[in-house]
Design a binder for this molecule. Structure first.
Ligand code: PBG
Length: 321
C-alpha cells in the first residue's frame, strides 16, 4: 500500500458494486466485469466476427448497450477507448472526456473502469512511447500514461486499469490521482500480464496490434514464474487496490500464490482469444457455448479468482442461473 496515499484499504470499500466485486463470496454475476469498446470513427455499432455478442460501439450506441447490460445485472464495465487519429505526442482529451462523461452522467450507477494503455493511440501500436532507437522509453511512457489516468478520473471514471506493463506506473498513477483530489479512485492493475498469442481478436477491436516487433520487452514471459509473482507483489507495494492475471487460462496456477503473497483481491481476465476459442468450438457443434463458458468460470473461481473480466459478463445471470 503506498504510504503517500491518503486512503488505503478503504478504497475497496467505497461503494456497493466494488464491495460486491472484491467480496470473498464465490462466483456470482456481481463478480463479472464487462469489457466495452468505443471507437471514435464509428457512427453505428459494429459486430465482431471473432467475438459473438461483442460489439465496437459509437459514442452514441454505447449508451443503449450499457442500458441493456444494466438490465441484465452488469455492475462493472471496463472501457477501451479507440481514438480516430493516432498520435505519439498528445492525448485526444475531448474524445475521452465525452465518452466517459456521457456514460457516467446517464448511468451514474455503473462502476466504470477505464483501461490505461497507449497501444490504441500510438502510431506504432506499442503500449509505451519509443526513444529514437525504437526502444520503449519507460520514463516518458509512464508520464503520458499518468496524464491519461488523470484525464479519465477528471472525466468521471470510477477506477483506472493500467494494462501497459511499464515499470513504476502504479506509483505514478496513485501519486497523480492523490494529488488531484482522486484519492478514492481505485487502481485495478493488470499486475501479472503475459505476452500472449490469445490477444488477437482484442487487437482488432482496439486497433492496437504492434506495427513491428512484439511486446516481449514489457509483458511477462510465460516461462517465468518468479517474474509473474514479483510483478504482482511490486504493484501491490506501489499502491494497487486490485490485482489481475491475464490471460486467465495461462495463469490459473498463479492466482492463489499471488493472493497469498499480497493479500489483495486477484481477478482473472478471460481474454478475447479464450472467448473466441470457445465460440469457435460451439459454432462447429463441439460444445454448447454457455455450458463451456460456465465451466471455465467455475475453474477460475476454484483457482481463487475474486472477480472475472469476461466478454460474456452481460450473460452472467443467464449462464450462472
Ligand atoms: C492493451 C490490452 C490488451 C488486452 C487488454 N489490454 C492487448 C495487448 O496487450 O496487446 C487484451 C485483452 C483481450 O485479449 O481480451 N495493452
Amino acid at each position: 500500500m503506498s504510504s503517500e496515499s491518503l486512503l488505503g484499504l478503504r478504497r475497496n470499500r467505497i461503494n456497493a458494486p466494488l464491495r460486491n466485486l472484491v467480496s470473498s463470496e464465490s462466483l456470482n454475476p456481481k463478480k463479472l466485469v464487462q469489457p466495452i469498446f468505443v471507437a471514435e470513427s464509428l457512427k453505428a455499432p459494429e459486430k465482431m466476427s471473432s467475438l459473438p455478442g461483442v460489439f465496437r460501439d459509437s459514442q452514441d450506441s454505447i449508451l443503449s448497450q450499457i442500458e441493456s447490460d444494466l438490465k441484465n445485472g452488469v455492475e462493472h464495465f471496463l472501457l477501451f477507448l479507440v481514438p480516430e487519429k493516432k498520435s505519439d505526442d498528445s492525448i485526444p482529451k475531448s474524445f475521452y472526456k465525452n465518452v466517459i462523461g456521457s456514460i457516467k452522467s446517464k448511468f451514474p450507477e455503473t462502476f466504470l473502469w477505464v483501461d490505461t494503455c497507449l497501444c490504441s493511440l500510438t502510431t506504432h501500436g506499442h503500449c509505451g512511447l519509443l526513444d529514437p532507437k525504437g526502444r520503449i522509453d519507460n520514463i516518458s511512457s509512464v508520464k503520458r500514461l499518468s496524464e491519461l489516468a488523470l484525464c479519465y478520473a477528471e472525466s468521471g471514471a470510477d477506477g483506472i486499469s493500467p494494462s501497459d506493463m511499464m515499470d513504476g506506473r502504479i506509483r505514478s498513477h496513485r501519486n497523480i490521482l492523490d494529488s488531484n483530489g482522486f484519492q478514492h479512485v481505485p487502481i485495478m492493475s493488470y499486475s501479472t500480464k503475459f505476452k500472449s498469442h490469445f490477444y488477437g481478436p482484442f487487437r482488432e477491436a482496439a486497433e492496437s496490434a504492434p506495427g513491428y516487433g512484439d511486446r516481449s520487452s514489457y509483458q511477462i514471459d510465460v516461462r517465468n514464474r518468479e517474474d509473474s509473482i514479483l510483478s504482482s507483489i511490486r504493484d501491490t507495494e506501489e499502491g494497487a487496490d486490485l490485482l489481475m492475471v491475464k490471460p486467465g487460462i495461462t495463469s490459473i496456477d498463479l492466482i492463489t500464490p499471488i493472493k497469498e503473497q499480497t493479500g489483495l483481491p486477484v481477478g482473472a481476465y478471460q481474454v478475447s482469444g479464450e472467448y473466441a476459442s470457445i465460440a469457435m468450438l460451439a459454432e462447429n457443434g463441439f460444445c454448447k457455448f454457455e455450458d463451456a463458458l460456465k465451466e471455465t468460470w467455475q475453474v477460475f473461481s476454484r483457482a481463487g479468482a475474486s472477480y472475472l473480466i469476461t466478454y460474456a459478463a452481460r450473460r452472467g445471470k443467464e449462464i450462472l442461473g
